[in-house]
Design a protein around this ligand. Structure first.
Ligand code: SF4
Ligand code: SF4
Length: 296
């Protein structure tokens, strides 16, 4: 009952106030992978806080009213102690992971990054990474949510990917489109915005078969579409993530976006914004249900 109240309070705060209750924290600069679509290993970054300073930093954020935390890296499970600390400090911890380092028994919701079937995923994230992540997923103490980033590398793999996921113990799968960075080195990976609609239609067409896991609704898809509501939020001034969430580097300094300093808002493909806008602005019941299940 207390948990239900806390979730309801978080949703109310997101929807009806300008109070920032969410912190997105890079708890480490380390990662064991070098994924082709990741900006992380291509940027310079400040040295990370040591364990004592990171715990103090997180406690300070909680004392300032940040009840929800999204834990990123690098790979957060390169510092499992900091994941455990975040789970104790925050009411609603979400931890993004590549899954290769396992899932510990802490009180947090895991978001597992998988980007396709074995062959496609491994071509993006490295040989053996799919099998390692799925083997760990099968042993996870609670069902993760899967997050997939759609790029030119996996756009034709989505149905086979959903078929593979449908046999796994997961809560569901959400989709982002790859967000290019302003330096543009990886732009060849991005799906042109005008082509998003066909991919979204393909996914929506698979909802009947994969309803148990499909984390996309018509209202959410409309947020990504060029002829939908995309232009209502695709700038740093209008971005809802910036409104409800503060983002921090691993040294505790602020950064403008979870995607780093140079993300191209005009081509943003972040899954959390369609979910947020569908749930909070449009009261899409399925999107609200997804948030309810995802928030710890
Ligand atoms: S696992 Fe995550 S942080 Fe590491 S290289 Fe891949 S996308 Fe980047
Ligand atoms: S790139 Fe970042 S700041 Fe820009 S719209 Fe997307 S989530 Fe918001």
């Amino acid at each position: 009952m207390i948990n239900l109240y806390k979730k309801a309070r978080l949703l109310y705060t997101w929807a009806c106030t300008s109070t920032k209750t969410t912190a997105a924290i890079d708890v480490t600069n380390s990662c064991n992978l070098k994924c082709s679509h990741c900006y992380w290993w291509k940027e310079e970054r400040p040295p990370e806080l040591d364990d004592h300073a990171m715990v103090s930093f997180m406690k300070d954020l909680r004392a300032q009213g940040m009840t929800a935390a999204i834990i990123y890296g690098g790979e957060p499970m390169m510092r499992p102690g900091m994941c455990a600390a975040a789970s104790r400090i925050f009411d609603h911890p979400l931890i993004f992971t590549n899954g290769t380092q396992g899932f510990s028994s802490i009180d947090a919701q895991w978001i597992l990054s998988l980007d396709g079937t074995r062959e496609v995923h491994d071509s993006i994230r490295g040989t053996g990474t799919y099998d390692a992540a799925v083997a760990n997923l099968r042993k996870a103490p609670r069902k993760p949510v899967v997050h997939a980033t759609i790029t030119q590398q996996n756009r034709h793999d989505l149905e086979a990917f959903l078929e593979a996921l449908s046999g796994l113990p997961i809560k569901g799968v959400g989709f982002s489109f790859y967000t290019p960075h302003k330096h543009g080195a990886e732009d060849s990976l991005a799906i042109p915005i005008a082509e998003r609609g066909a991919i979204l239609d393909e996914l929506l067409g698979m909802r009947k078969k994969y309803w148990r896991i499909m984390g996309l609704t018509t209202t959410m898809a409309n947020q990504f579409r060029q002829d939908g509501e995309f232009s209502a939020w695709n700038s740093i001034e209008k971005c809802p993530v910036s409104k409800v969430c503060n983002c921090y580097n691993a040294d505790g300094t602020p950064k403008p976006c979870t995607y780093g300093h140079s993300a191209d808002c005009s081509h943003c493909g972040c899954a959390s914004i369609p979910l947020y806008r569908a749930a909070i602005r449009h009261l899409d019941p399925l999107a609200l249900f997804m948030i309810y299940r995802m928030v710890n």
